[in-house]
Design a protein. Structure first.
Length: 640
């Protein structure tokens, strides 16, 4: 702590203590001199000696100083475990003055009670506190961490017992038998659920899988759905054709009829097969019949696109369900959504937990229509919901496969269908094509080429803005052609401003393109949302980001929630479209090269797609059609 008058004044006026700015700090120090901090700590009532300072203001300053002192003590306690200041602040917000006591009691409780604390952080604190490696508390935390890690990294809803024990013992560095003893206790206490003696579930995933199955079956079997008479539907289809100046073929008409005569249905297919055209017609017919239609999608960009298609408001699922700051949704089983029809686009992206929350918030007589491309990458979160629903045979599925005339002029669409069917795309392109391949086997030269395309060649040729119209989509985060490096080199080339803030090895500059990478319910901004830094206050270490005309402020400690977005992973691009995409495809991405990954990347390009790399990597990706097995029982549960 500072000891001279100048240091005390700077400390008090730094913004750490609420209600005290530079001017007021000067006034306090002029009154008490070097005794200031001692008075604040031991005799805060003496603040009333300062002219024109009211009792409420004095109490507020004293309280804030006391809290700041407690935070300082907590930081000193946590520093040996390498805990960041921002995380320390979060811990203090939850536990207050009792923080140190609570952590000493059980550091692993932080995983459940403080957002942003994972197993490794809690384990690091536990080690410093001398907690036994084989203690029940540590083993319990390790089992939960293992199941959550496998859910979030590999999409599993349950994990086979042997696999769970093996993985957990490796993470904890202890013998299998210790894990099994703890596991038995957790099963006995209903903290874990096991099915078929082998399938280990976290209770939340088990409840979601069971609940989702029941809800889908309730909707399918709801008795009082009124079917639209064929004559009436034929007439409505003709009206939709006139309005949209199109002609539906027989298959499209049958597809529309299937949707209208089903309680629950799925429309699936790749690009150019008429999903948008059919969706538009379906929405218009429902409106003409006086039905209230709810439209939703998993991401902001997908919802915006659906709104434009339907000329009706579409919301993200989180906003439709009215996400609450403290967690959970305002719309739920007790407070349901009001609507006759729910249409959900980009349904392949929806994980088990979100789909369960969505469907339990609708009445069983609400007609459900899921629209999505099942050949894209599955959801980032646990489950493979759309695929499981389709494969179960429990609901009618409309599979659109015919590429329509206008789409046949697009090589992006033709090549994406070739990729999906296991064929090499047409890599030789004419000048007027929308799909190009540039061969380059050296990763360094490949990165240089991408920077040149992004910053000069493409903006000049297509008369577009680099930052708003071009996106680099790459399979991985690490390596020369990973997002970390490509964002760095693209930022250096495109953004020369010196106004910046640095956090976690990333420099954030004014006008940078950034992406939110964690759901933030307080700010109402979600994983995958893209914005632009519109102001930076270097003195206060804050910046503001424009997300679709919403200006949000970020403190320095919150910058871990955003990352640069000149380049992003193909996984993060799901649900979005970009005018121009550049996709590096080289053997340095070997472990990630899969057909659905390449297919998803290519189909993100709206006007132009450019592959940069080598033919072997493209061939390798297309030949690898083994999507990772996800442990889920939704398909089997729906089949019975």
């Amino acid at each position: 702590m500072p000891s001279d008058v100048y240091g005390i004044e700077k400390y008090l006026g730094s913004g750490l203590i609420k209600g005290v700015g530079p001017k007021f700090a000067k006034l306090i120090v002029e009154t008490f001199g070097t005794d200031t901090l001692s008075i604040l700590e031991h005799n805060p009532e003496r603040l009333l000696e300062i002219p024109k300072l009211g009792k409420k203001k004095a109490e507020s300053i004293a309280k804030s100083y006391s809290e700041q002192r407690d935070v300082k003590n907590l930081m000193m306690f946590l520093s040996s475990a390498g805990i960041s200041t921002s995380l320390g602040q979060k811990i203090f917000k939850v536990y207050g003055k009792e923080s140190i006591e609570k952590i000493k009691e059980n550091p692993y409780r932080l995983m459940d009670e403080v957002y942003g604390v994972g197993f490794k952080t809690a384990d690091s604190i536990a080690e410093k506190l001398g907690i036994d490696n084989e203690s029940f508390t540590r083993c319990r935390a390790g089992i939960f961490y293992t199941l959550e890690y496998l859910a979030n990294s590999e999409g599993h809803c349950y994990v086979p017992f042997d696999e769970m024990v093996l993985k957990c013992s490796k993470i904890l560095g202890i013998e299998d038998s210790k894990v099994v003893i703890t596991y038995d206790s957790l099963i006995k206490n209903n903290e874990l659920i096991v099915e078929d003696k082998n399938k280990v579930y976290l209770p939340s995933f088990f409840r979601a899988e069971i609940g989702l199955t029941k809800k889908i079956k309730d909707i399918i079997s709801y008795p009082n759905f009124k079917k639209v008479p064929d004559e009436k539907l034929e007439s409505e289809i003709k009206n939709a054709e006139k309005l949209n100046k199109i002609k539906y073929d027989d298959f499209q008409k049958e597809a529309i009829k299937t949707v209208f005569n089903s309680n629950f249905s799925v429309v699936t297919g790749g690009p150019g097969v008429g999903k948008t055209t059919i969706t538009k017609g379906i929405i218009e017919i429902f409106k003409n019949l006086g039905k209230k239609v709810l439209l939703a999608a998993p991401t902001g960009r997908a919802a915006k696109r659906l709104s434009e298609t339907a000329k009706t408001e579409a919301k993200t699922i989180h906003r439709l369900l009215e996400i609450k700051r403290e967690g959970g949704f305002a719309k739920n089983a007790e407070n349901k959504l009001s609507g006759d029809v729910l249409i959900v686009d980009e349904a392949s992206m929806i994980d088990l937990i979100l789909m369960h929350n969505l469907l339990k918030a609708v009445h069983s007589n609400t007609k459900i229509i899921l629209i999505g491309d099942v050949n894209q990458l599955p959801s980032v979160g646990p489950g493979n919901v759309l695929k499981d629903i389709i494969n179960s045979g429990a609901v009618p599925v409309v599979k659109l496969q015919k590429i329509y005339r206008q789409a046949k002029t697009s090589n992006i669409i033709l090549n994406s269908h070739k990729i999906n069917s296991g064929k090499i795309p047409e890599l030789k392109a004419s000048k007027n094509s929308d799909f190009f391949f540039i061969e380059e086997n050296d990763d360094e030269k490949c990165a240089d080429l991408i920077v040149d395309l992004y910053s000069k060649r493409l903006p000049k040729y297509y008369k577009v803005n680099s930052i708003s119209d071009i996106e680099v989509l790459t399979p991985m985060k690490k390596g020369i052609l990973g997002t970390d490096n490509l964002n760095k080199v693209l930022q250096e080339k495109l953004n020369k401003t010196g106004v910046s803030l640095k956090r976690g090895g990333i420099t954030y500059k004014l006008n940078d393109k950034v992406m939110q990478i964690k759901n933030n319910y307080d700010k109402d901004v979600f994983n995958g949302d893209i914005g632009k830094i519109c102001s930076i206050n270097e003195a206060n270490e804050t910046l503001e980001i424009n997300f679709d005309s919403r200006i949000l402020k970020y403190e320095i400690g919150e910058l871990e929630e955003i990352t640069l977005a000149y380049a992003c992973t193909i996984h993060k691009s799901q649900g979005s479209e970009y005018p121009i995409v550049i996709i590096p495809m080289t053997t340095s991405h070997f472990i990630m090269l899969k057909r659905n990954l390449l297919y998803t990347g290519v189909t993100r390009g709206k006007k132009v797609c450019i592959l940069v790399g080598n033919k072997y990597a493209i061939s390798k990706a297309i030949s690898n059609n083994e999507s990772e097995k996800r442990y889920t029982l939704l398909e089997q549960r729906l089949s019975f």
